[in-house]
Ligand binder design. Structure first.
Ligand code: ADP
Length: 157
């Protein structure tokens, strides 16, 4: 079985992430969306909230699972026997960051392939940080994120 891990902060999940998940789910037998618990990077939503919002958003895609992990993504991928890591690219500035991250991951285990999906034009401007910024300035973001994110943001802000 070809398993791929899609790691990220997902703070919160956006329609950009969801588009990558849907496209990747057609290429792999199983996708594990992995919420990184990274104590150094202060997150707005707790890990459990982020997992819950993603689970709600992917409930209709049968071959997608959602987990959280505190540690190196590559170690998690090895543990579950994944063949690939998935990441997304929007703009050139993403490339610089992703290039370094991919090099570090390749150093850990070069047998697990890192697969990049280019953002679709209509979601390429969406980021988790812009969602929080727009929402806190009273901009309607309901067309940019899954419904569960709108609900959680309402509770929080
Ligand atoms: P991280 O904090 O690990 O960068 P993110 O949750 O911000 O995690 O993003 C996870 C991955 O999804 C990254 O590779 C990022 O470039 C990608 N991504 C984020 N938003 C989009 C989008 N709108 N379209 C395509 N890829 C995206």
């Amino acid at each position: 079985m070809n398993i791929a891990v899609y790691p990220g902060s997902f703070d919160p999940i956006t329609n950009g992430h969801l588009d990558i998940i849907k496209r990747a789910s057609k290429l792999f037998d199983k996708i594990v969306v992995l919420v990184a618990i990274n104590n150094e990077k202060k997150s707005f939503f707790g890990a459990e909230e982020r997992v819950k919002m993603i689970r709600d958003s992917v409930k209709d895609i049968t071959n997608v699972e959602v987990e959280s992990f505190d540690g190196l993504t590559m170690r998690y991928a090895e543990k579950i026997g994944a063949k690939a890591l998935i990441r997304g690219l929007r703009v050139v500035s993403d490339f610089d960051y992703e290039w370094k991250l991919a090099a570090a991951n390749e150093f850990i285990n070069s047998d697990i392939e890192i697969v990049f999906f280019m953002a679709r034009h209509e979601t390429s401007f969406i980021s988790s940080s812009s969602i929080k910024e727009l929402y806190s300035n009273d901009i309607d973001i309901s067309s940019l994120v899954p419904i569960s994110v709108v609900e959680e943001l309402k509770k929080k802000i």
